[in-house]
Design a protein around this ligand. Sequence first.
Ligand code: MF3
Ligand code: CO
Length: 250
Amino acid sequence: MIVLKTARELKLMREAGRISAGALRVAGKAVEPGVSTREIDKLAYDYIISQGAKPNFLNYNGYPATACISINDEVIHCIPSKDRIIKAGDIVSIDLGAAFEGYNGDNAATFACGDVSDEAKRLMKATEESLYEGIRMAIHGNRVGDISNAIQQYVEARGYSVVRDFVGHGVGASLHEAPEVPNFGRSGRGIRLVSGMTLAIEPMINVGTPDVKQMPDGWTIKTADGKLSAHFEHSIAITPEGPVILTIPD
Ligand code: MF3
Ligand code: CO
């Protein structure tokens, strides 16, 4: 079932989005050589708590942290650790969210640590741009496939591949709601988008094969070929005035 949000709910979604984005900004600024992913997780946790919100990944299906912090060929869902030290040249995907008064924000971005390869820079830029291409299609009367196709076309035209095994989603009183929002698909297909829907759009884009594999920890997802992956995500609302990004910091 797809839940349409009232104006009151959208206001709370905006608050949850603002806090989620603030936490992501704090976390991203901490990406430096020698810093552990656990330290970054703690900064995000403290920020979310300071805003009167709750880290909504923590304990979700047993997930043990505030953020997922996935480096280089790690695609998503890597658990922060004090033993995982970021080094210059890494690209660091941070995914996190906050719940505020019962409503959820969800966002992600990939950050460069120091000087990264041109390949990494291009991948990050294409992934972020593809997110905005998708958001542009999140218009009342369009279909989910219009978002999916815009993302896929954009990244494949640049030689990258779209992860198929994980998708974006509705977001609201639950972190994950209907509908699914794949980052690949055909225009004009899928459910119709209407004002009041709130979606988390989140392309996960690989340099090489789209295939991924799960690590023995039961969480970490890596590219099957060991090549780089990037991830950008916003929570957005479909409104009569067009798409509104909810995960914007102060
Ligand atoms: N990052 C996922 C998403 O964007 C949710 C994380 S689930 C968790 O939809 F269990 F890892 F927290
Ligand atoms: Co998400």
